[in-house]
Design a protein around this ligand. Structure first.
Ligand code: 8Y4
Length: 269
């Protein structure tokens, strides 16, 4: 499947974890996840990102078997129900990514930046889209690694080097992501947003995931469930600076924010 980057795309997030879809068994969990995905698509989502492994620090590690049991039924159902909606799989495990692509996913969203060699081989073999996200350390220890001289310069350089290395190995469909909140303080996130155009200038489509994140809560002094408007403001800024994909939990409002910003950027309706 080919993605059309002629306008900004909204990626809706589906977390298939027992805490987000508490039910007795796996079936209940996948049913609720598919229902949530259908709502996001009805609101206008262009892409659905399906994840079964919490990237939050302190979250319990998930085995390959459990992660497969969470995400594969959801991807299979969605691919059948909505064959024209591209599905992204949020995983850093090559086995999970492989099964997800076989089940109909077309994007590998790996927050470790394809750190596992088998993930690179899979990307080369399947020619799937891959999201290369910047992070320092692991989700477990990244908080204490949030130290930079010039965060924008360092993230841009890291993404450029990683993308060029992967291209030299045969990965072609690369999407870059500065990794908002991953080994970054609120100030680091603000600098990245302010100068997002420097990362866009590398020439790859750029994905931004700031939805409900803590820097928005810190600025507005709002808990996670009250960060919708703050998220929409970030969406408008990211699109103004040239972002191609915006990853969000709440689709409808972010589509409006993205459309306004995109029209301002183009200078026409
Ligand atoms: C409240 C709400 C608190 C959300 C924390 C969070 C990104 C991503 C995540 C991202 C890409 C999250 C899987 C973190 N963030 N993938 N995934 N880019 N590509 N935290 O920024 O949403 S999960």
């Amino acid at each position: 499947m080919k993605l059309n980057f002629s306008r900004p795309l909204i990626m809706g997030v589906i977390n298939v974890t027992p805490d987000s879809f508490s039910g007795s068994g796996r079936r209940v969990s996948s049913r609720a996840a598919v229902a949530q995905a259908k709502r996001l698509i009805a609101e206008g989502a262009d892409i659905i990102d399906v994840g079964g492994e919490s990237t939050r620090p302190g979250a319990a590690p998930v085995s390959v078997k459990d992660e497969l049991a969470r995400v594969i039924p959801v991807i299979e159902s969605l691919a059948r129900l909505h064959p024209r909606i591209p599905i992204s799989v949020d995983t850093s495990k090559p086995e999970v990514a492989q099964a997800a692509l076989s089940a109909g996913a077309v994007i590998i969203n790996d927050v470790t930046g394809l750190s596992h060699p088998a993930m690179v081989e899979l990307a080369v073999r399947t020619q799937a889209y891959v999201v290369i996200m910047h992070m320092k350390g692991t989700p477990q220890d990244m908080a204490k690694k949030a130290r930079y001289g010039d965060v924008v310069a360092e993230v841009t350089r890291w993404l450029k080097e990683r993308a060029e290395k992967l291209e030299s190995r045969g990965v072609k469909k690369i999407i870059l992501d500065p990794g908002i909140g991953f080994a970054k303080t609120a100030s680091h996130n603000l600098s990245i947003l302010d100068r997002l155009d420097t990362i866009v200038a590398l020439g790859y489509p750029l994905l931004l995931g700031a939805s409900r994140k803590s820097f928005i809560g810190k600025i507005l002094d709002k808990p996670v469930e009250e960060r919708k408007v703050g998220t929409q403001a970030v969406t408008a800024i990211a699109v103004m600076k040239g972002a191609s994909i915006i990853r969000v939990h709440d689709v409808a409002g972010n589509i409006q924010a993205a459309r306004i910003a995109y029209c301002v950027r183009k200078g026409r309706v």
